[in-house]
Design a protein around this ligand. Sequence first.
Ligand SMILES: O=c1nc2n(C[C@H](O)[C@H](O)[C@H](O)CO)c3cc(O)ccc3cc-2c(=O)[nH]1
Ligand SMILES: C[C@H]1O[C@@H](n2cnc3c(N)ncnc32)[C@H](O)[C@@H]1O
Ligand code: SF4
Length: 838
Amino acid sequence: MTCEAISGALDRAEQTGTTTQADAALLLGARGDDLERLLVLASRIRDEGLERNGRAGIITYSKKVFVPLTKLCRDRCHYCVFVETPGSLRASGEQSFMEPEDILAVARAGAALGCKEALFTLGDRPEDRWPSAREWLDEHGYGSTLEYVRAMAVLVLEETGLLPHLNPGVMSWAELQRLRPVAPSMGMMLETTATRLWSEKGGVHYGSPDKDPALRLRVLEDAGRSKVPFTTGVLLGIGEDDADRAEALFAIRASHERYGHIQETIVQNFRAKPRTAMQNDSDLELQEYIAAVAVARVVMGPDATVQAPPNLTDPHELGLLVRAGIDDWGGVSPLTADHVNPERPWPHIGDLAALTATTGFELRERLTAHPPYLADASTWVDDRIRPHLNPLVDPDTFLAIEDAPVVGRPFDPRVTPVLPTRASTAALSPAVADVLSRAASAPAGLSDDDYLLLLEADGADLDALAALADEVRRETVGDDVTFVVNRNIDASLFSPDRLTVEQVGALVAEARSLGATEICAQGAVSGGPGYDYLDLVEAIRAQAPEMHLHAFRPPEVHEGAARLGLSLGEYLAALRAAGVDTVPGTGAFVLDQRIREVLGGPSVLTVEQWERSITTAHAAGLRSTATIVYGHVESPEQQLAHLRRLGALQDATGGFTELIAMPFVPLDAPGVTGTRGGPSLRETRALHAVARLVLTGRIDNIQTAWTKLGMRTSQTLLLGGANDLGGLLLDGTLDPEAGAEAYRALDRSDVARLADEIGRPVRQRATDYGPVTTPSVSTSGATAEEQDPTTARGTDAGREAGAAGSAGTGAHGGGGGAGVDLPSGRERTDLISGARLP
Ligand SMILES: O=c1nc2n(C[C@H](O)[C@H](O)[C@H](O)CO)c3cc(O)ccc3cc-2c(=O)[nH]1
Ligand SMILES: C[C@H]1O[C@@H](n2cnc3c(N)ncnc32)[C@H](O)[C@@H]1O
Ligand code: SF4
């Protein structure tokens, strides 16, 4: 690095007040006079921002207690001394998790000292690695560590009034939604964007799944989209170089530019700890650190908050951090240690105030969420947390009212029924009311008896159950009613005389031109020469390389593999290589051997075969749907066991995208006798709601099988736990007599109306529930959004015939069980003109 290069970068930064990523990497090398210039620039930028934001001359901190909820972790960061193993905990006589009483003791003591923040910092998802963590959670009735975090945040709010700041590591989208109402702010250090430190043996993040930079950047994005005031930052001195540092800072800036949610960028210096893999590494050098803090200020700009922890730099050097442009010291505790850096005590707050004063600044207490976010609380703060926050916020500055009493207040459980029939709590049976109140804080943590009670709920109890499921749905995936635009191809027709390779190509080309993003192919192919499963994949792929291909149920996969003499794993890998993207998880019915024997003929896979097929698919990188067919001979116990089984499979593989609950339709299963003839509406509602609760944190999307349930029932279910309408398969002009689903159609205007009637937005999704990325093409030149009417039909649900699941029986058209309004057959409509076809 030449001095000219650095002073050139300084010149440019001084002139523009900002910098580029390449210049930032240069500026990180500034030392001596260059560093002096950089500090002056960083101070100037910070001071301009403070002035503009009405807080000139103020440096903030948050008075907090540290709650190390669990020190078990599935990661193994080489610098971390916080993390413990079950063995080390046993040796020191500690539990896997802090008990609620211990958490409250810390929080109460903090409140008595005027603290207003409870910082929950903990290991990532320890239950995935340590059976003892799983057991502790099971015994205490929590489905996951993050469910326990949520419950403890509520407990702390109610009992002490401290405001939770959650720093639990990587959070899923669903977890962010679940946690947002219980904390005004959250955070997760990006640490670094240097992937090699994670992917290469010897790197500090090797073997730590949660430290994949791509994953952490995803969390940053999700937090932004969820409007969570978010603290993040970089950890310096762990093997990254200046280019990496600049890249990480620019990644944070880019995410903030998209969503405006980065309330604070922490520039944290690595400190070597005994008993860690990095114990012999040296601490980050001071000049290098100071330069990085200043560069962070220049990169993040005048309106950002840049934080450096005051306990990781020696007291007599803290003035340098102020000169480097910080405006915040982060959380400081008068009570608890910094458990991440236990050897580095916090300065006394009085000393920190005095020291800050010598740099010309006044130290002021802020809350966990920074002033700009509290000033726009309707955007950034969930209304359930506001009653806890408001008494502590100074209405002029949005900083803390330092001497405000910190007292607990009840947390709004929000079990407000939203269904047409409103249930008053008084009308609930006491047992159901009790179960629901526990379900509100731990939906996935109830006992079998609890869920069985809910599966039998009726009347006001059922309405309240549905309302809670609706709330959990909203917190998990938001309000959008989603659907995918696709076309079903009945694979059982694939043969030289019924549906040729050319016809398949034409169907696919047409589907693509009409805006489909997915082709769904199910049904047993005959397997003649050139007409096997892989040939069908090839025929589809040849037409549409970009289209998502969702194809072949477990029985078909078994058959296809046997035909070629391949193992399931080999065959699924071949399907994937040929172009299959996901597989339908249909043909599951209820995963109970006796039930399958009653319902199915000889072609029905055993429980073991079905599970192996799905888990092998997941292992091969093919995700799948998960399904249940209910309302035949199964008991509520068996329904629940099935849902739990799907949840356990999901824990093992993470491969399910959604659950589709399909009512048994007797007319589709002519050979099956002795059933209860399909489910009632009551049973349908209870099952969907219970599925939403049981699968919280595991399977986030619950699809309503509209082809079997009809529109009115689907609306009811979308208000009672479900969030997705499934596939709207294009019914184009080339459609052959496509078996069971022929002439069943929904179009976009139907979907829009359906959602509008229940007050919800609609969103077209990709198969994996992400945004639709490939722009839809249309022969008419209209975009997918404009195309209307687009006739459409269901995906997996459409193909799952009543019980035995034989594809293409064509035996549709009658009513289902009581209360299940099947859609009436619809005439085919021309996709472009909307005109009825003959
Ligand atoms: O006491 C600590 N507080 C840490 N905090 C808390 C921080 O000091 C403040 O308390 C919060 O920013 C809330 O105001 C973090 C918060 C995050 O969101 C992300 C990372 C950290 C890291 C630490 C830390 O190492 N030690
Ligand atoms: C809570 C945050 O603390 C940081 N962290 C973890 N271990 C150390 C260490 N030895 N030195 C400095 N910071 C550390 C990480 O950035 C983590 O995300
Ligand atoms: S830094 Fe966090 S993720 Fe890494 S081992 Fe420690 S607790 Fe686990």
